[in-house]
Design a protein around this ligand. Sequence first.
Ligand code: UDP
Length: 325
Amino acid sequence: MKVFITGGAGFIGSHLVERLIGRGDSVLVLDDLSTGAMENLEPYLGKKGFDYRIGSALDLPLVTECLDRCDVTVHLAAAVGVRLIVERPVHTIETNVKATEAVLEAAAKKQKPVVIASTSEVYGKGAKIPFAEEDDLTLGATIHSRWAYACSKALDEWLALAYFREKKVPVILARFFNTVGPRQTGRYGMVLPNFARQALAGEPITVHGSGTQSRCFGHVRDAVEAVLRLIETKSAWGQVFNIGNDEEVSIEELAKRVRAAAGSQSAIQKIPYHEAYAEGFEDMQRRVPDLRKLEKFTGYRPRTPLATIIEDVLADQRAQLAAKR
Ligand code: UDP
């Protein structure tokens, strides 16, 4: 199988590349290196079956050329991270909507299959836990930039399902919940790499708000496995799936567990949201995936325990710190 991966130099993308090349498949990566990094792809340069282009997923002729040469597309290129979204809302909305439009338009020409990355953010402030794929979406007001990300991804989902129904393009929508693991950078605000780096450096671990807000963290390798299984599942095409882990932890508890696993003496410092982000920032209190649909269709349920995930992220951050010295 030859897989076209937009955003293949990014965090999830580079893990997908690793897995596909490792099992003998071919990949073609398209990335503009805005948040992705060439160093994520270094191990595959010159390897059999690996090819890449530096360019934008908004470039329709380029996307069409790449997509035509592959059997299936996994569209991961997007503006990610809550910090980036709050700081650059125009970039976020335009990138997320226009790139998906380009990918779907290119796919429609020959009805090529496409997996589109969506996000658990689309559930917004939903209060019914866990979040299931057919639940209503409860987004905040347009004055809060955070929801622009959710809304842009929700629009991507509408558009993809419209292409599926009207133009017979096979699509799978993958709603990734908090996905973490080696190579994720803390630069865009993601909590676990930040906590790991702070704990190892002996700096205060910065917990936003009260720390009672909770998340479920899934290992990126499990997320990749879920995507690959979905691709192989005929009945999954035309459907939406949650991808994540359902082991819930509060952010304060996460800080404590990272600190203990790192053997660190770091203080845990609470920072009000308005200092961490912009004034009027709205967070999600809880976010737990219902994984029954993923399991029903693929027989697979991500299960890497949080303790292993924390160990993996700490090992990666240790290696990054050592490389900088
Ligand atoms: N967070 C935190 N300290 C940090 C970064 C994030 O307390 O240094 C919090 C953030 O406010 C949110 C949670 O951790 O409540 C998860 O944040 P992240 O950006 O990783 O993902 P989100 O679930 O918000 O998309």
